[in-house]
Design a binder for this molecule. Structure first.
Ligand code: ATP
Ligand code: MG
Length: 665
C-alpha cells in the first residue's frame, strides 16, 4: 500500500470519549455544543463583525477603533488599527471601582513555601511605581526592555510596567545562558535590562545578575544604559556604578500613580523568542490590542473563568504560556491566580498537589512534560501521589506545550481530576498569542490525546503541500486559513523570515502554516497533532507521525515513562524508526536492554502494526529537552544517524544527555 505523499497514516484508534457532565454544561459560560456552534456560525457569517464585537466587549479603549481588519499588506495583517488603548490599564485600572478592586490578584508561593498575597489595587500601585522608576531612567514608548527574572510578583510587575509606558518587553527565561541572553539583548536592541540578584529554585540559590554581567561584557551591548536589580535574596551582587540600580534605589520616592500611555492597537506589546525545538529561535512580535483581547477571551472560554476561581498556570513568564496565562490573561479577566517560584519536585514531587490543596486551586494548567515526570515520581513513591492531597477544589485541568499521550491524559484525568474535571488539551504556539484549538470544558466531549476543535473564529484546517484540503482521517499540515487578531505580526527585524516561515508562497502566501502535522478524526472531525512537519517519518512509503509511535510506547504503562521517535536513513526502507526511551525503572544495559527492546518492539507491532516497529531502541535517563520542557527531536535525529551535533543548542536544558544517548547504541 502506498499513501499519497502528503497523507500521514493514522492507525492509533482512540475510542474513549468523555462528555462534560450535565451540571458542568449548565454552569458554563459556553454551555454545550450548540452554544459553541452558534459562536462558530457568528464568525462564519460575519468574520470581521465577530472580531469587532469581541474587541469592543473585552477591551477598554481610550480611542475606539473604526476599522477591524486591514489586509492590504498581507501577510502583515492589522487589527483594530486606528484604535488606542493601554494594556496595563486593561489589566489593572479597569478593576478599580469594581468588585475586583480589593480581590486577591496574586497568591505568590515562594520556593521555601512563604506565601504573599497582593490585591488588584496593591498591584496597580506597585506597577505604577515601577513604571515611574523606568520613566525616570528615560524609558519611553517603543524602547525595548529585556527582562531576565525569576517567577516572582516582581517579574509580572516589570512586564506590566513596560506595558504601562508602551515600552516593548522581551522576557528571557531565567535558565538561559549568558550567550543566549547576549544574542537576545543584541537582536532586540535593549536599552534597559531588568533582572534579580539571584533566583531560588529547589532550595538552591542561583545567580542571575552575574549572567547578565557576563552577557553584557560579550560586546555589542553598548545600547544598554541601565540594569535594574531586584533583591530577591540578601546575597550581594556586583553592581556597575552609573549603570546598575537596585529595585529599592530605583523606586525610592516614586509615586504609586502613573498615567498609562495610550498606544495604537498595533503597537508591539512584546517580542518573545520561540523555544527553539526546531531551529534557531525566532523573535515573535505581538500587537497590543489583538493579543490582549484573545488573552482575555480565552480565559473566559477555555478556562470558563468564574469570579470565584483560583487559577494556576505553572508556566514560567519566560514562555508564551506565562505571558498570556500569567501576566496578561488572568489579570485582564480579574482572576485570582497562583504564582509559584519553585520547581514541582521540591521539597518533593507532591508539591503541585499540595499547593492545589493549600490554595484551593480550581483551574490548573500545566505541561505534559511535568505530568509525565510526576506520574513516574508518584508510581515510585506513594507519598507524592496526588491521592495524598485533597484535590476536590479542582474543576478544570489544562495541558499545553506538547501533544499529551493518551495514557498520560488518562492518568491526569483520573488521578488529578478525579474523573470529574474536564481536561482541556490546548494547542497553540508562541506565534498564535493564545489558544487556537482546544476543547471547551462545558461543551466539548473529550477524547484523550486530541485537542479537539478550533475555537470560534479560528479557521484551522489540514492541507497538503499546495494548500488543498485533506479529508478527515488522513494526516497533513495544520494551517489557519484566515488571519486572527492575536497572531504574530512579524519576526522582529526579519520580515522575510516571517513570510517564508509562516506564509509560504506554495500555499498562496496568505495561509498561516503552523509547522505541525495533524489529522482530523473521521467521526468527529477532531484534530490530533501528529508531530512537527519536520518529524514525519516515511517507512517503505508509509508516512507516519512521530507522536503516534511515541504514544504507543508510553501506553506500555508498566515500563515506559517517556519516549521520543525519529527517523534515520535506511537503505532498505528509506527511513528507519529510531526510538529513544526512558523507562520507569533505571536504564537497562547489555542483554537486559536487548530483551526489553524486543518486548517494546512487539508491543508497538501489536498496538499500531509491524510497519511502526522501531528498528533501533535506545535507553536514556532522560531525553534532550528545551528549557521549556519540550523534546528536541532534531538533536535525536543527528544521534540516530551517528552524526556530530552542529546545530543551535542554546535552548537545550540538559546537554550531558546527548553523550549518554550517543553511546547507548
Ligand atoms: P520553535 O518554533 O523555536 O521550534 P516551539 O515550536 O517548541 O519552538 P512554542 O511556540 O513554545 O515553540 O511551541 C509551540 C509548539 O508546541 C507547537 O507548534 C506544537 O508543536 C507544540 N504544542 C503546544 N501545545 C500543544 C498541544 N496541546 N498539543 C500538541 N502540540 C502542542
Ligand atoms: Mg514553533
Amino acid at each position: 500500500m502506498s499513501a499519497p505523499s502528503s497523507a500521514i497514516e493514522s492507525t492509533l484508534v482512540e475510542n474513549r470519549v468523555f462528555p462534560p457532565s450535565e451540571a458542568t454544561v449548565k454552569a458554563a459560560r459556553i454551555s454545550g455544543m450548540p452554544a459553541y456552534e452558534a459562536l462558530c456560525a457568528e464568525a462564519a457569517a460575519d468574520y470581521e463583525g465577530f472580531w469587532a464585537r469581541l474587541g469592543r466587549e473585552h477591551l477598554q479603549w481610550t480611542k475606539p477603533f473604526t476599522q477591524t481588519l486591514d489586509e492590504s499588506n498581507a501577510p502583515f495583517y492589522q487589527w483594530y488599527a486606528d484604535g488606542e488603548l493601554n494594556a496595563s490599564a486593561n489589566c489593572l485600572d479597569r478593576h478599580m471601582g469594581t468588585a475586583a478592586e480589593n480581590k486577591t490578584a496574586i497568591i505568590f508561593e515562594a520556593d521555601d513555601g512563604a506565601i504573599t498575597r497582593v490585591s488588584y489595587k496593591e498591584l496597580l500601585g506597585r506597577v505604577s511605581r515601577f513604571a515611574n522608576a523606568l520613566k525616570a531612567l528615560g524609558v519611553v514608548k517603543g524602547d525595548r526592555v529585556l527582562i531576565y527574572m525569576p517567577m516572582t510578583i516582581e517579574g509580572v510587575v516589570a512586564m506590566q510596567a513596560c506595558a504601562r509606558l508602551g515600552a516593548i518587553h522581551s522576557v528571557v527565561f531565567g535558565g538561559f545562558s549568558a550567550k543566549a541572553v547576549h544574542e537576545r539583548v543584541i537582536d532586540v536592541g535593549a536599552s534597559v535590562v531588568i533582572t534579580a540578584n539571584a533566583q531560588l529554585r529547589g532550595g538552591k540559590e542561583l545567580p542571575l545578575k552575574a549572567i547578565i554581567d557576563e552577557a553584557l561584557s560579550m560586546g555589542g551591548c553598548e545600547k544598554v544604559r541601565n540594569v535594574l536589580v531586584f533583591e530577591r535574596t540578601k546575597t550581594a551582587c556586583n553592581m556597575v556604578a552609573g549603570r546598575d540600580l537596585t529595585f529599592s534605589q530605583a523606586m525610592q520616592g516614586q509615586s504609586d500613580h502613573c498615567e498609562p500611555v495610550a498606544v495604537g492597537a498595533e503597537h508591539p506589546l512584546f517580542i518573545l523568542y520561540t523555544s527553539g525545538s526546531t531551529g534557531k529561535p525566532k523573535g515573535v512580535q505581538h500587537s497590543t490590542a489583538g493579543y490582549l483581547m484573545w488573552a482575555k477571551v480565552t480565559m473566559d472560554w477555555t478556562f470558563d473563568l468564574q469570579p470565584s476561581d483560583v487559577f494556576w498556570c505553572t508556566a514560567d513568564i519566560g514562555w508564551i504560556t506565562g505571558h498570556t496565562y500569567v501576566t496578561y490573561g488572568p489579570l485582564a479577566a480579574g482572576a485570582t491566580q497562583i504564582i509559584f517560584e519553585g520547581i514541582p519536585t521540591y521539597p518533593n514531587a507532591g508539591r503541585f498537589w499540595q499547593m492545589i490543596e493549600r490554595h484551593k486551586c480550581t483551574v490548573f494548567y500545566t505541561a505534559p512534560t511535568a505530568i509525565r515526570s510526576l506520574i513516574k515520581a508518584a508510581e515510585a513513591d506513594p507519598v507524592v501521589h496526588p491521592d495524598r492531597s485533597d484535590l476536590s477544589s479542582l474543576r478544570i485541568l489544562g495541558s499545553v506545550g506538547e501533544p499529551i499521550n493518551p495514557e498520560a491524559w488518562m492518568w491526569y484525568y483520573k488521578n488529578v481530576g478525579g474523573e470529574r474535571c474536564p481536561v482541556v488539551d490546548t494547542f497553540w504556539q508562541t506565534e498564535n498569542g493564545g489558544h487556537v484549538i482546544t476543547p471547551l470544558p462545558g461543551a466539548t466531549p473529550l477524547v484523550p490525546g486530541s485537542c479537539t476543535l478550533p475555537l470560534p473564529g479560528i479557521m484551522a484546517a489540514i492541507v497538503d503541500e499546495t494548500g488543498n484540503d485533506i479529508p478527515n482521517g488522513s494526516g497533513g499540515m495544520l494551517v489557519i486559513k484566515r488571519p486572527w487578531p492575536s497572531m504574530i505580526r512579524t519576526i522582529w527585524g526579519d520580515p522575510e523570515r516571517f513570510k517564508k516561515s509562516y506564509f509560504p508562497d506554495e500555499m498562496g502566501g496568505k495561509t498561516y502554516l503552523a509547522g505541525d502535522g495533524a489529522v482530523r478524526s473521521a467521526d468527529r472531525g477532531y484534530f490530533r497533532i501528529t508531530g512537527r512537519i519536520d518529524d514525519v517519518l516515511n517507512v517503505s512509503g508509509h508516512r507516519m507521525g512521530t507522536m503516534e509511535i511515541e504514544s504507543a510506547l508510553v501506553a506500555k504503562t508498566d515500563l515506559v515513562a517517556e519516549a521520543a521517535v525519529v527517523g534515520r536513513p535506511d537503505d532498505l526502507t528509506g527511513e528507519a524508526i529510531c526510538a529513544f526511551v526512558v523507562l520507569k525503572r533505571s536504564r537497562p544495559t547489555g542483554e537486559e536492554a536487548k530483551q526489553i527492546a524486543k518486548e517494546l518492539r512487539d508491543w508497538v507491532a501489536k498496538e499500531i502494526g509491524p510497519i511502526a516497529k522501531p528498528k533501533d531502541i535506545r535507553f536514556g535517563d532522560n531525553l534532550p529537552k528545551t528549557r521549556s520542557g519540550k523534546i528536541m527531536r532534531r538533536l535525536l535525529r543527528s544521534i540516530a544517524k551517528g552524526e556530530a551535533i552542529t546545530q543551535d543548542t542554546s535552548t537545550l536544558e540538559n546537554p550531558a544527555i546527548l553523550e549518554q544517548l550517543a553511546q547507548s547504541n
